[in-house]
Write a protein that binds this ligand. Structure first.
Ligand code: DX5
Ligand code: ZN
Length: 218
């Protein structure tokens, strides 16, 4: 099965957000990746509800919302109401993760769990069947344009094994430092959703770069 590409809006031009959203609409991209940062869980602040609502008005593809915030469970329905299709919370930010995932699904969204580079995949074992998507962070969350962490490949392998053992289906998303050099290895290892911010938006031709990232891995 072919992999999905989710350009990260964090690297878009916020003075031309509509233009960049149209670029994504008209490209081979599958989802919009939307990073919400609160300055508490991560050392950066990005944007919140009004910006996502505005984006959703022009976006013709699903919004994959990645919450890098504390107490994500308090905002589930608000993110649904501004257009989230996939809502991902951090393992490290949600002490009652099982309950949070049920709340996300009850609100009609796909439920995702993101894990930081130091968090082992094995910690997801007891709720793997309740998860629609796992985001393996391949950088420390907070900023676009960082260097890819090589240990990610091992984590993908661990997650594929856990998924197969549980006989469950879920998306394996990689977030951070994805580029044209490493994407084939990531897909071969078992990833099926690739987030790309800097690689797409710093390129001379973002549409072509998305098409390149989307090329089938042999
Ligand atoms: C990092 C964010 C990423 C970021 C990826 O905290 O979660 O989604 O936008 O950006 P690149 O692809 O530039 O590493
Ligand atoms: Zn992200």
């Amino acid at each position: 099965m072919s992999h999905l590409i989710a350009p990260s809006v964090l690297s878009a031009d916020f003075n031309n957000l509509e233009r960049d959203a149209e670029m994504i609409n008209n490209s081979e991209a599958d989802w919009f990746h939307v990073d919400v940062m609160d300055g508490v869980f991560v050392p950066n602040i990005s944007f919140g509800f009004p910006v996502i609502k505005a984006l959703n008005k022009v976006a013709k593809k699903p919004l994959d919302v990645h919450l890098m915030i504390v107490r994500p469970e308090e905002y589930v329905t608000q993110f649904r109401d501004v257009g989230a299709s996939v809502l991902t919370v951090h393992y490290e930010a949600s002490p009652h993760l099982h309950r949070t995932l049920q709340a996300i699904k009850a609100a009609g969204m796909q439920a995702g769990v993101a894990i930081n580079p130091h968090t082992p995949v094995a910690l997801l074992e007891d709720l793997i069947s309740d998860i629609d998507l796992v985001t393996i962070m391949s950088v420390n969350p907070g900023f676009g344009g960082q260097k890819f962490i090589e240990n990610t490949y091992k984590k993908i392998t661990d997650l594929v094994a856990l998924k197969n053992k549980a006989k469950t289906d879920l998306h394996i998303e990689i977030d951070g430092g994805v580029n044209l050099d490493n994407y084939p290895e990531l897909v071969k290892a078992g990833a099926n959703v690739l987030v790309a911010g800097n690689t797409v938006f710093s390129s001379n031709n973002p549409t072509n770069t998305i098409a390149d990232l989307k090329k089938t891995v042999g």
